[in-house]
Design a protein around this ligand. Structure first.
Ligand code: NAI
Ligand code: MG
Length: 368
């Protein structure tokens, strides 16, 4: 069997800086665990525009469709702000998401004990937190027709339409149940079936998928407004939350901030299973290209490293190795190592991007 394949797209700004540290981890797995990846590296965003005049070359797009997983840094920056909309760096990212049909956006909220007092919530409410929000990403009210601003009598009316087909709900539900089986085996589905027909259909289809194919996973349903309250009241009651595009947008940002810094947050976007059974997949940190700190060695590489850990778990079925990476991150944080964005206490001095990457590699060594 051929090695699992990875396409690395470092992108712009701090993207290449944090990706350099991820490559150290990838190399470590080859050298120390006998897990070798076929890695190819290419350009995206402003970097691709500079070379090709387009934020994503067709060859790169084609390669992304072939590999087991894409790992992306970040795109964009002030240098590209005046470009025409059609060639803006972000268009490269949007094209990847669209052409790979990545309909499931995974946003974990995981709290490392050493950072628990970074949260705006009380420490005991977030310590040990590990939940996953699965947001439907390619349909719902952001895409439904009719939409627009129309004239109605002598005033205007703004219209957007929440629209979900059974097959769209079916596939996001399956993605959530599959994930749950690799985690705590529990799914909570959130909608507003009390006031929205699309929510009634959502609840029905999720229940049907569960009863037919995932009866081993514990399923509950919750109205999304109550879900928002529960997320800040007692977030540890959840494992996987599955919800639509709009509620997922809001709830995932809310859940992310339970745990603190932007430099710590990974994400994944998954599509349909490929011929080898693996889902189409792209993994990326939630943060952007951070032009304010680019080139200063200040970027926190952990969000990107944890994105690679998600790839290990969700694309390559290497959950134990993903946990090994997460434990290594936990260890360096517990040892008091902090990049500048994680400084919270007097007397702490920051370490650089490179030092953080090296410390995580050393912690991986110590795990053997
Ligand atoms: P940003 O996420 O790049 O930065 C926001 C703030 O967080 C900055 O102060 C930055 O220094 C800090 N920060 C972000 N990541 C960090 C890390 N790993 N370590 C330490 N500090 C970190 O968002 P911003 O400033 O709104 O956007 C900057 C550029 O990035 C824009 O061109 C924007 O379009 C693009 N962007 C790209 C995204 C992507 O590629 N997925 C997502 C968000 C923004
Ligand atoms: Mg948002």
């Amino acid at each position: 069997m051929s090695n699992p394949s990875l396409l690395i797209l470092p992108g712009d700004g701090i993207g290449p800086e944090v990706m350099t540290e991820v490559v150290k981890i990838i190399d470590w797995f080859g050298a120390k665990r006998g897990i070798a990846f076929d890695v190819s590296t290419d350009l995206v965003g402003g970097a691709a525009y500079d070379k090709h005049g387009t934020p994503l070359h067709d060859d790169t797009m084609a390669r992304a469709q072939e590999v087991d997983a894409v790992l992306l840094g970040a795109v964009g920056g002030p240098r590209y702000d005046d470009l025409d909309f059609s060639v803006k760096p972000e268009r490269g990212l949007l094209r990847l998401r669209k052409e790979m049909d990545l309909f499931a956006n995974l946003r974990p909220a995981q709290c490392f004990d050493a950072l628990a007092d970074f949260s705006s919530l009380k420490k005991d409410i977030v310590a040990g937190l590990d939940i996953m929000i699965v947001r439907e990403l390619t349909s719902g009210v952001y895409f439904g027709e009719p939409r627009g601003i129309f004239k109605e009598g002598n005033e205007r009316v703004g219209i957007n339409t929440q629209r979900y087909t059974e097959s769209e709900i079916d596939r996001i539900a399956r993605a959530a149940f599959e994930l749950a089986r690799k985690r705590g085996n529990k799914v909570c589905s959130m909608e507003k079936a009390n006031v929205m027909e699309s929510g009634i259909l959502w609840r029905e289809v999720v229940q049907k998928v569960h009863d037919e194919d995932y009866a081993d996973v514990e399923l509950s349903h919750m109205y999304a407004d109550n879900g928002a309250m529960q997320l800040v009241r007692a977030p540890k009651q959840f494992d996987v939350i599955v919800t639509d595009n709009l509620f997922g947008d809001v709830l995932s940002d809310c859940a992310a901030m339970l745990t603190g810094s932007l430099g710590m947050l990974p994400s994944a976007s998954l599509g349909a299973p490929m011929a080898n059974g693996r889902p189409k997949a792209m993994y990326e940190p939630v943060h952007g290209s951070a032009p304010d700190i680019t080139g200063q060695g200040k970027a926190n590489p952990i969000a990107c490293i944890l994105s690679f850990a998600m790839a290990l778990r969700y694309s390559f079925d290497l959950g134990d190795e993903a946990t090994r990476v997460e434990k290594a991150v936990e260890k360096v944080l517990a040892d008091g190592l902090r990049t500048a964005d994680l400084l919270g206490h007097e007397g702490e001095t920051p370490i650089s991007t490179t030092e953080m990457g090296d410390a995580i590699v050393a912690a991986l060594d110590a795990s053997l």
